[in-house]
Structure formats: structure tokens, C-alpha cells
Design a protein around this ligand. Structure first.
Ligand SMILES: Nc1nc2c(c(=O)[nH]1)N[C@H]1C(S)=C(S)[C@@H](COP(=O)(O)OP(=O)(O)OC[C@H]3O[C@@H](n4cnc5c(=O)[nH]c(N)nc54)[C@H](O)[C@@H]3O)O[C@H]1N2
Ligand SMILES: Nc1nc2c(c(=O)[nH]1)N[C@H]1C(S)=C(S)[C@@H](COP(=O)(O)OP(=O)(O)OC[C@H]3O[C@@H](n4cnc5c(=O)[nH]c(N)nc54)[C@H](O)[C@@H]3O)O[C@H]1N2
Ligand code: SF4
Ligand SMILES: [Mo]
Length: 740
């Protein structure tokens, strides 16, 4: 018997509606739901390969306990939970609750309850935020910090679909969906057809740049100089929105002074972009009536992420690219609360506390959680507060945490490592216990998380229409399995340790910028709520009741909710800050040092840069036979000029060395990559003690990074991009051949 069920893919946050063909209780095929009112049947390969993931022979269906000889045995999940709780209790009794850390990752997207419960768990332990090691601080935490320093425009940015221009700085939404969850390829194509002038700043001609008006292939890592140069031109040529600046900002004169030295000639010399390109980009952006500049992981990984984002916010503010009173709300709430949205700033605030210092690198406490880049050293450094137990909830730090050698040493030295995963990932292979989670199609889904992504930064998500969808699970976990969801596991552990969990529901905002504060709901420790009950909590006070959303199995656009942005309140005094002192001092330093100091040299002639693969979500999907059949590794993309220069042919295995480590890669040609750049995806490769075949597992780029050589001074993110490297071809015996 075959039937079709409708669900939502949760492999990434794009939340594509899917049509699942189910036979005898098993999903056999996934396609996009063509009845969706806004996605038009769109999905990507990762979503369509979910059946191969759910029923993979290597999928974990039972909890695993490590034996003394390093092999694993299956045990009942209830037994695993009891043993883990006992071990945690002993560790806490001996060393205090600071000895327990949590690392939530992208596998948590399988249920929107997971990431929130992770934070609640650490709060219940009394160690939030210092023991909450989220991926945010090895991603784009600079977005949150910069928004705090600049202030947030309550009504949000101008919408994408009707914008006259758009500037993507080191973000590739066609692959990543960052900021554009609904069929980004189509969205960009349509916008350009309507006249949008798309400007892409990226060392590659990305999949998002196909219809671009301009592609600016600046030297990696030099984005702060480039953006400061754009601002220089916008101010010098008086292309900014003087009324908006007068009414809503402070610090204009100081910003003008700080960007004065960033002349087009200086910017051209630092970034390698021609003067006329710099002028054309700045003028095109500023002369348009609408459109934003948006940044992504590319520039955020090259150390000045906060500054890059801050300058992007300043550019948007100078050009008045925020929604005004009377306009139709661009990112309307549906499953978020019903709140007034006004054309006014939310005041800047200090996102760090200099009086509370981290035991590693003396970093301040910040609003973005613990500095995850320090996790290795939190475990390895003896003394008060040393982390001795780590719970990895849908995360894979063995390949995702910068500095793999240090990570390996650290994870090996733990008293307890628990991995909640669906397969023997690089991290699970080192764990004492592995807990099998349910997968995306086995859990209910709701679009609230994607809606709330709009608060993460400027144009990082949300829906342009008042759209929402809920779906029940489409299939049950395989018969005979003993899976438990990540959030349920954490609930059970808290219960056994007698820690009260307080769930925070349906807030809208981040940091100190709240349109509505979340409501704390203490969870009963007598009976574990169901996912459905938790969804009801999550949506308390939503603009449309969850029950109403459930009436539309394919999702629905609640057109009647279309509402306009309200005017600034009469007594409202907050202003956006154009010249935050910390940011201006960093900008001064960037000028003094002639930009990012990571430059190609005779010894390390190339710059390594990050990118993302369409078939994989970080490491998710690497073992999926449908996704890895074409290629299971991460190629080392090089411009043909560099292939020639170093005597390398496509398909050759090469060694890649940075100052900190080396990996193997498989050379691939990318003619539209900036010469002098080595572009590679992350979260591949083996663990240090495992056999390595680069043509099978690829290379773990985090080995090229050091956790403590260079890092963001606020949230401790190590340099993860614009890393000087050298390459060499390996002969068949894998001996280094001296080239270049
Ligand atoms: N060198 C380098 N390092 C990077 C980056 C980079 O570009 N370059 N990017 C950084 C960024 S932006 C991020 S966000 C992090 C990502 O860091 P992580 O989140 O740690 O990495 P993922 O590979 O997404 O880890 C997901 C894990 O969840 C498991 N999983 C899959 N499905 C499920 C499920 O349904 N339930 C559960 N419980 N687990 C599941 C997978 O098997 C995998 O082990 O990496 C960061 N690290
Ligand atoms: N298919 C797929 N989707 C994903 C993921 C995935 O692994 N696969 N990961 C998810 C995660 S965790 C995240 S955080 C988002 C990230 O979303 P994005 O930030 O959009 O990530 P990328 O697609 O890697 O785009 C980054 C771009 O920056 C460019 N770049 C590299 N270095 C520099 C630089 O120094 N300056 C500039 N200007 N550009 C540079 C790269 O060439 C690349 O095109 O994607 C998410 N979506
Ligand atoms: S992985 Fe993301 S983009 Fe792909 S189908 Fe799933 S939700 Fe959509
Ligand atoms: Mo990420």
C-alpha cells in the first residue's frame, strides 16, 4: 500500500514542504510539495535523499556503550540514560556543575525543540552561558554583536523581492539558503528579471552570481577595507539618505572621519579590486531606492566578522535601507507573537561584560554564549572550571571545531563524552555513549524557527509573506528501534539529576533587542511532555494559533495578516550608532595594517577560503549513498592558473599545509575562482588516528587552523578563513614532490 504524506524537511532551516511516498510504513521517496503556496515544489538533493538516510544500514537505532577495547555494544536507551546520569552526578559532585558542557549542532534542526532545550538544560545546571558551546561562536556571532553595537531597526530591512539592488558579501544563498529560505535560485532570478542589480562580493563566481550585475572578486579577508571604501564613496559623493541619517542616527561625523583614509586608491591597493569597480559598486548600491548589503560566513571567518557586519549595517543605515512607516511589513509574524512593528531604532547596547572573564584567553562574557573556539582548551587546561564531561547534541566537533588535533586530544581526555547522533560520526566514534536520535521525517515540524531567524542578524531569514506550516511526523522510526529525541534525552537527564527545566517560549528578538520577551514555563518533572504539547507551549501567544495553522496541511499564506509598519512613537529617543568606539578603533587598526594581515607569501602562496557543498549540510549526509555517490570528499578547488603554476592536474592528490597543520585534498579546477585562492568545504576528513584516503573522506580543513593563534577578541572565534597555505602534488607513493 502506497500513500502520500506531507511534511517539512528539517535537514536545514529552509523548511521546504515535502511530499513523502510511504509504503508499508517506510518512506520510499521524497519530492517537493507542489501544492505549497510559496515554495512551488522546491527541494534540494539533501531533502530528497532523506529516505536513504533514514534507512541506511549504518543508521544508529540503539544506544551504544563503548567497551574497554574501544568497540561498542548496543544497550537499551533507558540503561544508557541511567548510566550517563550517574556519571554526570559523580563528576558534578567532585568538580562542580562547570565540569559539564553542552555542544548543540546542526543535527538539532531535526526538531525545533532541541536547540532551545539545550540552552534550558545548561540554565538548569546553573552554568549558562559559560558551558553552552553553540556553533554560533564558530559561525557568524559577529552579526549579533554588531547589531547590538549599531542598534536594531525595529521594522527590519527592506524586502528582497522588490529591491532595486542587493549586495551579497561572502554568502551564497542558492546553496546555503542563508537569508533566502524559499527557493533562493528562483527568488534571485525573478528579482533580477524585475530589475534588481545584484552585486556579489566573493572570490568565486558563485551559484548565486549567475545573474549578477557585478561580481567583485576581492582578495579574501579584505572585506572590511572594501566596505569602508564603499562608505567613503557614499559619503564623499553625498549619495546617502541625509534625512534618514539626521532623524535616526548618531556618529555620522565620526564615521565620515574614520572612513576618510579609505580612498578608492587605498582600497584598490589592499583588495585588488579596480578603482572603477569600487566606484560603480558604491554608486549602484547607493543610487538605488531599495536593497541591502548582506554578509555571510566568507568574511566572518577571516577574523573581522563583527567589523564587516557593522560596516554593512552602517551602509544600510546611511542609505536608509530599513522599512518605513506605512510600508507593508516585510517579514511578518505568524507563529511569532503579535507585536507592534515600528519604523524606529532599538537602542544599541554593550553585548559583553568585561568584568566576567573566561578562564581561557581572558575573553569577556558575551550574549552569544561560550566561546566555542576555546572548547579544546576548556577541556585540556587543568584548574577550576575545567570541562570533564561533554554532551554533543547533533554536533560533530571532531570535524567542525577549528584545530582538529587539539580537539582530538581534548575529547580523548574527557571523563565522559556523550554523542546524540544518528550515525557513527567522527565525534561519535570517540564517544563513551551514543544516543540514537529520531530523524527529520520522524518528528513533527513547524515553521516558527525559520520565521525567527530574522532576529539573528540583518536579513538572515524569515518569510516575506505571512506564511506558516505545521506537519506531524510523516513516518515512525524503523520497527524495533530504541530512539529518543535530543530534547527528550536532555529532559530525562535533568530529571534524574533533579534539575528544574524552565522552557522559554515564543519570544521575538535576540540579545537585548526584544519585540517580546519569552515567557518562562517550568516543565513538570513528573511526566515528560510530548513534542505536540511542547509545540503548543512554543506557540503560546502566536499571531495565529497553532491550531489554525494545523488546518492547512500544505501550509498557508495568511493574507489577512498583511499589515503596515507603524510610525516612530512620539517619545522615542533611541538612535542607531554609526561610530561605535570599539568598531572605529578596529577600523583604524585595519587601515594602519593595510587590511587583513593574512597575506600570501613566498612560503604560503595561496589563501584558503571556506565554501559549502550543495549535497551536504556541513558533515550531514556524508555517509548517505544517494548524496555521496557522485563524490564523497571535498575537492580542493583551484584556478587553472594555479594548477599550472604548481604542476597539478585535476584529480591529483595534493598536500595542503598551513602554518598550523596539513591535510590531503583532491585537486579540482574552478576557472571562475580568484587566482591565488584554494576553496574547500569543511566537515570532511577522518579523525587523526584513522586511515585517510582523500578520495574517499576528503580532508578536514579545521586542521589548517589554530584555536589560539589568532581569534576574535570578543567571542573568541579562531581564524577560519583567509588562511595562507602551500600545496604540493603527491606522487603515487604519497611522497611529497617539491613544487612551486
Ligand atoms: N573549517 C571549517 N569549520 C567550520 C565551518 C567552516 O566553514 N569551515 N563552518 C562552521 C559552521 S558555520 C557551523 S554551523 C559548524 C557546524 O558544526 P556542527 O553542527 O558540529 O556540524 P554538523 O556536521 O552540522 O554536525 C551535525 C551532526 O549531527 C548529526 N545528525 C544528522 N542528523 C541528525 C539528527 O536528526 N539528529 C541528531 N541528533 N543528529 C543528527 C550528524 O551525523 C553530525 O554528526 O561548523 C563550523 N566549522
Ligand atoms: N548546502 C548546504 N547548505 C548549508 C550548509 C552546508 O554545509 N551545505 N551549511 C549551513 C550553515 S551551518 C551556514 S552557517 C550557512 C552559511 O551560509 P553562507 O555564509 O552563505 O555560506 P557559503 O555558501 O559557504 O557562502 C560563503 C561564501 O563566501 C565566500 N568567501 C570565502 N572567503 C571569503 C572572503 O574572505 N570574503 C568574501 N567576500 N567571500 C568569501 C565563499 O567563496 C562562499 O561563496 O549555510 C547553511 N546551509
Ligand atoms: S535540506 Fe534545506 S533546502 Fe534542502 S530540501 Fe531540506 S529544507 Fe529544503
Ligand atoms: Mo553555520
Amino acid at each position: 500500500m502506497s500513500e502520500t504524506r506531507v511534511g517539512i524537511c528539517k535537514v536545514c532551516w529552509a523548511a521546504c514542504p515535502i511530499e513523502v511516498t510511504v509504503e508499508n510504513g517506510r518512506a520510499i521517496k521524497v519530492v517537493g510539495d507542489r501544492q505549497s503556496p510559496i515554495y512551488g515544489g522546491y527541494t534540494c538533493p539533501k531533502g530528497r535523499a532523506m529516505p536513504e538516510g533514514h534507512y541506511a544500514p549504518h543508521r544508529l537505532l540503539h544506544s551504544q556503550r563503548r567497551r574497554a577495547d574501544g568497540t561498542y555494544e548496543a544497550i537499551p536507551t533507558a540503561v544508557a540514560i541511567a548510566e550517563i546520569a550517574e556519571k554526570l552526578r559523580a563528576i558534578i559532585d567532585k568538580h562542580g556543575p562547570e565540569a559539564v558542557g553542552l555542544f548543540p549542532g546542526n543535527g538539532n534542526l531535526s526538531n525545533p525543540l532541541n536547540p532551545v532545550m539545550g540552552a534550558m538544560f545548561i540554565m538548569a545546571m546553573g552554568t549558562y552561558p559559560d558551558r553552552f558551546f553553540s556553533v554560533q561562536t564558530i559561525d557568524q556571532a559577529g552579526k549579533v554583536i554588531a547589531q547590538a553595537l549599531h542598534g536594531r531597526w525595529n521594522a527590519g530591512p527592506t524586502p528582497f523581492s522588490s529591491a532595486e539592488t542587493w549586495m551579497l558579501v561572502g554568502t551564497n544563498p542558492v546553496i546555503s539558503k542563508l537569508g533566502l529560505p524559499v527557493n533562493p535560485g528562483q527568488a534571485i532570478k525573478e528579482a533580477v528579471k524585475k530589475g534588481m542589480k545584484l552585486i556579489v562580493v566573493d572570490p568565486r563566481q558563485t551559484e548565486s552570481a549567475g545573474n549578477a550585475f557585478m561580481l567583485i572578486q576581492a582578495q579574501p579577508g579584505q572585506d572590511p577595507t572594501l566596505l569602508a571604501g564603499f562608505i567613503h564613496v557614499i559619503i564623499a559623493e553625498k549619495l546617502y539618505d541625509a534625512d534618514f541619517v539626521r532623524d535616526n542616527t548618531r556618529g555620522f561625523d565620526e564615521l565620515r572621519k574614520q572612513v576618510e583614509p579609505f580612498t578608492p586608491q587605498h582600497v584598490a591597493a589592499v583588495t585588488g579590486v579596480a578603482v572603477d569597480q569600487i566606484l560603480l559598486a558604491a554608486r549602484t548600491f547607493a543610487n538605488a531606492k531599495s536593497g541591502c548589503v548582506v554578509t555571510g560566513t566568507g568574511p566572518h571567518f577571516a577574523l573581522h566578522g563583527t567589523l564587516v557586519e557593522y560596516l554593512a549595517l552602517c551602509m544600510n543605515t546611511l542609505c536608509g535601507r530599513w522599512q518605513r512607516a506605512g510600508e507593508i511589513q516585510g517579514l511578518p509574524h505568524v507563529l511569532l507573537p503579535d507585536v507592534d512593528i515600528r519604523a524606529q531604532p532599538m537602542a544599541p547596547y554593550q553585548p559583553w561584560d568585561l568584568n566576567i572573564r573566561n578562564r581561557i584567553n581572558d575573553l569577556p562574557r558575551t550574549i552569544v554564549g561560550a566561546p566555542t573556539g576555546t572548547l579544546g582548551d576548556q577541556i585540556l587546561t587543568p584548574g577550576e572550571g575545567q570541562v570533564r564531561a561533554l554532551i554533543c547534541s547533533g554536533s560533530n566537533p571532531m570535524v567542525s571545531l577549528p584545530d582538529q588535533m587539539r580537539t582530538a586530544k581534548a575529547l580523548q581526555s574527557l571523563e565522559l563524552l556523550v554523542s546524540i547522533d544518528v550515525e557513527m560520526s567522527n565525534t561519535a566514534r570517540m564517544a563513551d555513549y551514543i544516543i540514537p536520535d529520531k530523524m527529520s521525517m520522524e518528528t513533527p515540524a513547524v515553521t516558527q524557527f525559520t520565521e525567527s531567524m530574522q532576529y539573528y542578524g540583518s536579513w538572515t531569514g524569515g518569510f516575506e509573506q505571512p506564511y506558516a506550516m505545521y506537519s506531524p511526523p510523516t513516518v515512525a522510526p524503523p520497527a524495533g528501534s530504541d530512539c529518543i529525541e535530543s530534547w527528550e534525552f536532555l529532559y530525562e537527564i535533568a530529571k534524574k539529576l533533579g534539575k528544574q527545566l524552565v522552557y522559554h517560549v515564543n519570544g521575538a528578538g535576540a540579545g537585548e533587542h526584544w519585540d517580546q520577551y519569552p515567557v518562562p514555563v517550568p516543565l513538570s518533572l513528573e511526566r515528560r511532555p510530548t513534542s505536540e504539547e511542547m509545540f503548543e507551549f512554543m506557540c503560546i501567544g502566536s499571531r495565529v494559533p497553532l491550531a489554525e495553522v494545523k488546518k492547512y496541511p500544505h501550509g498557508h499564506v495568511f493574507s489577512e495578516l498583511t499589515s503596515v509598519v507603524l510610525p516612530r512613537a512620539d517619545d522615542w529617543e533611541a538612535m542607531l550608532e554609526l561610530a561605535d568606539a570599539t568598531m572605529m578603533s578596529e577600523l583604524g587598526e585595519v587601515f594602519r595594517l593595510d587590511g587583513d594581515t593574512a597575506l600570501p607569501s613566498d612560503e604560503f602562496p595561496l589563501l584558503f577560503t571556506p565554501r559549502r557543498a550543495n549535497e551536504f549540510m556541513n558533515s550531514i549526509g556524508r555517509m548517505n549513498i544517494k548524496l555521496n555517490s557522485k563524490r564523497s570528499y571535498n575537492p580542493a578547488f583551484l584556478n587553472p592558473i594555479d594548477l599550472d603554476r604548481f604542476g597539478i592536474a585535476v584529480g591529483d592528490v595534493i598536500s595542503i599545509h598551513s602554518q598550523f597543520g596539513n591535510i590531503f585534498g583532491v585537486a579540482e579546477s574552478e576557472p571562475k575562482l580568484r587566482a591565488g585562492t584554494l576553496s574547500m568545504a569543511h566537515c570532511f576528513g577522518p579523525n587523526p588516528d584513522e586511515d585517510s584516503d582523500p578520495r574517499v573522506q576528503g580532508g578536514c580543513t579545521s586542521r589548517l587552523m589554530s584555536a589560539d593563534a589568532e581569534y576574535d577578541p570578543i567571542f573568541g572565534q579562531p581564524r577560519m578563513g583567509a588562511i595562507p597555505v602551500k600545496i604540493a602534488r603527491l606522487d603515487d607513493q604519497r611522497r611529497d614532490v617539491v613544487v612551486g
